[in-house]
Design a protein around this ligand. Structure first.
Ligand code: GLU
Length: 497
C-alpha cells in the first residue's frame, strides 16, 4: 500500500444528509476542495444518503446551499453531474448490488443465514469464554456456495458478508495525518456488506463508490479512522487500489469537549445568518488544524487553493475560538473596498431589515458610499450596520434611547446647546451641507457656551440621532440632510427643558 498516489487527484466530500452542514463537515469540505484545487485535481460532492431513516431531501438541499454559500464549487456531483454519476447513493443501489454479487461469485464474499438470535448467542458465548475475538464466528463461511445459492433462491433471508482472506494479518495504513496506523488482524471480522433488507452498509457503499469514482485521497474526520481497516478489506476484495487516507482531527469547544450545540452555533447556516462573510468563515475554518506557515492568519481563498497541503495538517484536535473568527471577519470587512461593502453588506442588510427596497434605493449612490465609509470601521458582523443606520430612516421623529436621553439631554447646559447648534446649522446652506462645513459650524460653540465638548456634542448627537452610539456626527448629519437635522433639533428641545 502506498502513501503516495500517482493518479490525478480526485477527492470527494460525502456528507450524509441527516442534518445541516456543521462546522466540522464544512472544514472537511474545505480541505477536500483546497486539496483538489492545489493539486489541479477534481473535487466531487457525493450525497451519502443510504440511511433512509435519517436522510432527507430537505437536508440535502440545505447542505448544497451551504456549500454554495461557502463558495466550494464542485466539479462533479449533484446539479453538475459528471462521468461517474449518479452522485447520490440511493440512486446507486444497483451498483452496490452488482458489486456484492460479483464478490460472492468470486468467493470473496458469502451469504450468511444466521438469525439475530444466533448472532447474539454466539457473541454472549465468546464473551463468557473470554475469547479475544468477539466478532462474527464465521458459521456460514463454510457453506457450499451451490447450497447457499439454493437457500437464497428458496427465499431464505440472508445477509452478505465479506470474506477476510485467511492469514490476512494486520492491516497497516499510512495515514497522511496520523502516520502509520496498524489495526490488529484480530479485530477483522467477516462483516456485513449487504443487509437482509437489500441495502448496502456504509463501509461497503462508500468503498464501492470511492473505487468507482477513482478517489485517490480520502480526507475525512478521524471518527472514521476505525472504519478504515474494514474499508481496506473491501478495496482488496474489489481489486481496487487503496487511496491515501487523511483523517483530520475533531473540533473541540472552548471547554475541551467535542464541539456541539452546547457551545453555540454549529451549523454553517447559523454563521451565514449571523452575518459572517463566506471568505472570512472559510479562512477561519481552514486554520482549524491546518497552517500555512505557522504565522499567517489571513489566508485568502486563492492562496488556500494554491498552498493547501496535507503535510501541514495537525493530528491534534483544534479548538473553535469565536473571538479569532470575529477577528478574522473584522479583517475581511476592513479590507473590503467601499463599493463592495455597499453591495455585499450594507444594502442586503438594509433591505432585509426593511429599511430599503432593493429595486428602488432611497438615496443616490454617493450617499451609500459615504454611509459605508463611516460604518465599515465600526462593523464586525454584517448585521451591525442596521442599528447604526436606523436613525437615518426615521424622518423627523427619531426614536430616542431613554438612557442616552437621561445622560445627555437632562443637564442644564442642554437647551442652550441645542439652540446654539440649531442657529449655527441654519447658517449652513443646503448647497454646502457637508460633514466639513457642519463640523466647522459646530466647532466654536462649546467654548462660546462655556460647556465642555463632550457634553455639547453628546446633547446634539442624542437630539438628532436618538442615541450616543451613532457614527461620526458631521457625516451623520450630512447623511440625514439639513431639513431633517434642523427639525429634529427643534423637536428635541422640549426633552431638554
Ligand atoms: N457519509 C459519511 C459521513 O458523513 C462520510 C464518511 C466518509 O467520508 O467516508 O460521515
Amino acid at each position: 500500500m502506498s502513501s503516495e498516489d500517482t493518479r490525478p487527484v480526485r477527492v470527494r466530500f460525502a456528507p450524509s444528509p441527516t442534518g445541516k452542514l456543521h462546522v466540522g463537515g464544512a472544514r472537511t469540505a474545505i480541505y477536500n476542495w483546497a486539496f483538489a484545487r492545489a493539486h489541479k485535481g477534481t473535487f466531487i460532492l457525493r450525497i451519502d444518503d443510504t440511511d433512509p431513516t435519517r436522510s432527507t431531501e430537505e437536508n440535502t438541499q440545505v447542505i448544497l446551499r451551504a456549500m454554495r454559500w461557502l463558495g466550494l464549487d464542485w466539479d462533479e456531483g449533484p446539479d453538475v453531474g459528471g462521468p461517474c454519476g449518479p452522485y447520490k447513493q440511493t440512486d446507486r443501489l444497483d451498483t452496490y448490488r452488482d458489486a456484492a454479487q460479483r464478490l460472492v461469485s468470486e468467493g470473496r464474499a458469502y451469504y450468511c443465514f444466521c438469525s439475530a438470535e444466533k448472532l447474539a448467542a454466539d457473541r454472549k458465548a465468546a464473551e463468557e469464554r473470554h475469547d479475544p475475538f468477539q466478532g462474527y464466528q464465521r458459521s456460514c463461511r463454510g457453506i457450499d456456495p451451490a447450497e447457499a445459492q439454493r437457500r437464497v433462491d428458496a427465499g431464505e433471508p440472508y445477509t452478505i458478508r465479506i470474506k477476510v482472506p485467511d492469514g490476512r494479518g494486520d492491516v497497516a495504513i499510512h495515514d497522511a495525518v496520523h502516520g502509520d496506523v496498524i489495526f490488529n488482524a484480530r479485530e477483522l471480522d467477516d462483516f456485513i456488506i449487504f443487509r437482509s433488507d437489500g441495502t448496502p452498509t456504509y463501509n461497503f457503499a462508500t468503498v464501492v463508490d470511492d473505487a468507482d469514482m477513482g478517489i485517490t485521497h480520502v480526507i475525512r474526520g478521524d471518527d472514521h479512522l476505525s472504519n478504515t481497516p474494514r474499508q481496506v478489506m473491501v478495496y482488496e476484495a474489489l481489486g481496487a487500489p487503496t487511496p491515501v487516507f487523511a483523517h483530520i482531527s475533531m473540533i473541540l469547544g472552548p471547554d475541551g469537549k467535542k464541539l456541539s450545540k452546547r457551545h453555540g452555533a454549529t451549523s454553517v447556516e447559523e454563521y451565514r445568518d449571523a452575518g459572517y462573510l463566506p471568505d472570512a468563515f472559510v479562512n477561519y475554518l481552514a486554520l482549524l488544524g491546518w497552517a500555512l506557515d505557522g504565522e499567517t492568519t489571513i489566508i485568502p481563498r486563492d492562496v488556500l487553493a494554491h498552498e493547501f497541503s496535507l503535510d501541514h495538517v495537525s493530528k491534534n484536535p483544534a479548538t473553535f475560538d469565536p473571538k479569532k473568527l470575529d477577528w478574522i471577519q473584522g479583517q475581511y470587512i476592513q479590507a473590503m473596498d467601499t463599493e463592495r461593502f455597499v453591495f455585499d453588506v450594507l444594502m442586503p442588510e438594509l433591505v432585509e431589515a426593511g429599511l430599503e427596497r432593493e429595486a428602488d434605493p432611497t438615496h443616490p449612490k454617493a450617499w451609500y458610499l459615504l454611509l459605508a465609509d463611516i460604518l465599515k470601521p465600526r462593523t464586525t458582523l454584517a448585521g451591525d450596520v442596521v442599528e447604526k443606520s436606523r436613525f437615518l430612516y426615521e424622518g423627523d421623529e427619531v426614536t430616542f434611547d431613554e438612557r442616552s436621553v437621561e445622560k445627555n439631554l437632562r443637564g442644564d447646559y442642554a437647551p442652550a446647546a441645542l439652540e446654539a447648534a440649531s442657529r449655527a446649522l441654519s447658517g449652513v446652506s443646503e448647497g454646502s451641507w457637508h460633514a466639513a462645513s457642519i463640523d466647522a459650524a459646530l466647532e466654536p460653540l462649546p467654548e462660546a457656551l462655556g460647556t465642555n465638548k463632550r457634553k455639547f456634542y453628546g446633547a446634539v448627537r442624542v437630539a438628532v440621532c436618538g442615541n450616543q452610539v451613532s457614527p461620526p456626527l458631521g457625516e451623520s448629519l450630512e447623511l440625514l440632510g439639513r431639513e431633517t437635522t434642523l427639525a429634529r433639533l427643534e423637536r428635541a428641545l422640549p426633552l431638554a427643558q
